[in-house]
Ligand binder design. Structure first.
Ligand code: G6P
Length: 383
C-alpha cells in the first residue's frame, strides 16, 4: 500500500497528527462503549478477545521489548501493578536473552514490538517458550504479543496478539505506534482489574469515561503545542544536551522524550526520574542544559515541581509540560507547553505528544532527515 505525506513535510509529523484517530480506533476496538449493558451482563467492559486461560491464576507478568516499545512496557508495568495489582517486570529483550529471570509459575510473558520483527524480542520470546517446555502445567509458557503487524513473525510465533491498530508507520522514530501500544496496555490492565476486582466499578467507569475524551483532548492542544514547540526549536536548535524528567507514570514518558530527541536530532538527551536528579545528573546542569519537566497534577505533582526548582537553582532553563498555568509552575518554568488536565493515570497519552513535536521541530530546524535518521532502521532484524 502506498502511503502519502498528505501535505505534511514529513511522515513523522503526519503520524503525530494521526494520533487522535489512532486512540479512537483503539477505543472502538478494545472497549465496549455500552458500559452499563456490559456490566449488567457481567461482561468485562474491555474486549481484547483473549481467552480466560491466559489470565487464570495469574501471579506475575514479564514484558520484553526494545526501544520505544520498552518505554510503552514501562507505562504498562505501572498500570498492571497499580491498577491490576499484578507484579510486573519489564526487561530489555537483548538483556533477557542472556540473563533471564528465574522461572516463576503462572506467568504471562508479553512481547511488545510494533514491527513484530525485532530479533532480540523474538529471540527472548522463543527462549521463554523453550525453557518452559516439559515443565509442570503452572510453569507452561503463556505468550502474548502486542504488535502493529499481526501478520509478522511475532504474529506466527505467539498464540495471542493485541493488534495495536496504528496503521502503517513510515517515520523510523515511533510515534503513533507508541500511543497505540499505550492503549493496549490500558485495555489489558483494565480488563485484568475488572476480572480481579482490584478497582471499584465506579473508578473503572471514571477511567473508561476519561479515555473516551482523550482524542478530543489531544486535538484541542495539538495546534497550540505545534506552534509553541516550533518556537522552542528555534531557541534549542544548537543545544547540545537536554534532560527530561518525570515521575511515576510519566517517568517512561521522560525516557521517550529523550529518545525521540536523540534519534532524530542527534542531540544528547537523558530521561530521568525527577527524584533521582540529585544523585548524579544534577552535576550536569547549568545555563546551557535545558530541563523538560512533565508536571501533571496528581500524586507526584508537588514532588516534580520541587525537583524542577532544584534544577532552576542551577540556572537551567526549565520547560514545563503541564496543564497548570499559574502558581509555582508559572514561576519556575520559563516555557510552559500546555497539555489538557486529564487524570494522572491517563496522562502519558497526552504528555508524550509535545515531546514528539519538540523532537520533530528541533530536528527539522537542524535540516535533518527526520523520517530516516542516520544509523537507525525501522526494525532491527539482526541481533
Ligand atoms: C528500532 C527503532 C526504534 C524502535 C525499536 C523497537 O531500533 O529504531 O524506534 O523502538 O527498533 O522496534 P519494535 O518494532 O520492536 O517496536
Amino acid at each position: 500500500m502506498m502511503v502519502e505525506k498528505q501535505g505534511f513535510k514529513h511522515f513523522m509529523l503526519k503520524e503525530i497528527y494521526e494520533q487522535p484517530g489512532v486512540v479512537r480506533a483503539c477505543l472502538e476496538a478494545y472497549f465496549n462503549t455500552d458500559w452499563n449493558a456490559a456490566s449488567a451482563n457481567n461482561n468485562s467492559p474491555i474486549n481484547l478477545g483473549l481467552p480466560a486461560e491466559l489470565y487464570a491464576d495469574l501471579e506475575q507478568i514479564q514484558i520484553v521489548a526494545c526501544g520505544t516499545s520498552w518505554h510503552a512496557a514501562l507505562v504498562g508495568k505501572y498500570l498492571l501493578e497499580q491498577v491490576a495489582q499484578i507484579p510486573t517486570q519489564v526487561q530489555y529483550a537483548s538483556e533477557f536473552r542472556y540473563a533471564p529471570s528465574p522461572l516463576t509459575p503462572n506467568t504471562l510473558t508479553i512481547g511488545v514490538t510494533q514491527s513484530g520483527e525485532t530479533a532480540d524480542t523474538l529471540a527472548a520470546l522463543a527462549m521463554e517458550k523453550e525453557r518452559r517446555q516439559g515443565k509442570e502445567p503452572k510453569y507452561h509458557a503463556r505468550l502474548l504479543g502486542i504488535t502493529n503487524r499481526p501478520e509478522s513473525t511475532l504474529g506466527h510465533m505467539v498464540p495471542h496478539i493485541i493488534n495495536t491498530l496504528a496503521g502503517i508507520e513510515i517515520g523510523v522514530a515511533a510515534t503513533k505506534t507508541f500511543i497505540a501500544q499505550l492503549m493496549s496496555f490500558y485495555a489489558l490492565a483494565l480488563d485484568l482489574a475488572y476480572r480481579r476486582q482490584t478497582v471499584s466499578s465506579d473508578t473503572l467507569e471514571d477511567i473508561l469515561k476519561g479515555l473516551q475524551h482523550i482524542p478530543k483532548e489531544i486535538e484541542a492542544t495539538l495546534e497550540s503545542q505545534e506552534h509553541l514547540t516550533e518556537q522552542l526549536a528555534h531557541d534549542f536548535a544548537e543545544t547540545t544536551d537536554f534532560i527530561f524528567v518525570g515521575r511515576g507514570i510519566n517517568f517512561p514518558i521522560a525516557l521517550e522524550g529523550a529518545l525521540k530527541l536523540k534519534e532524530i536530532s542527534y542531540i544528547h538527551a537523558e530521561g530521568y526520574p525527577a527524584g533521582e536528579m540529585k544523585h548524579g545528573p544534577i552535576a550536569l546542569l547549568d545555563a546551557k542544559v535545558p530541563v523538560v519537566a512533565i508536571a501533571m497534577p496528581g500524586s507526584v505533582y508537588e514532588k516534580v515541581i520541587s525537583n524542577a526548582q532544584e534544577a532552576k537553582a542551577r540556572d537551567s532553563r526549565l520547560i514545563g509540560v503541564t496543564p497548570v498555568k499559574d502558581g509555582e509552575a508559572a514561576e519556575i518554568f520559563k516555557d510552559l507547553i500546555p497539555v489538557s488536565a486529564v487524570d494522572e493515570l491517563l496522562s502519558p497519552i497526552v504528555t508524550v505528544i509535545p515531546l514528539q513535536l519538540l523532537a520533530y521541530h528541533i530536528a527539522a530546524r537542524r535540516g535533518l532527515d527526520v523520517d530516516q535518521p542516520r544509523n537507525l532502521a525501522k526494525s532491527v532484524t539482526v541481533e
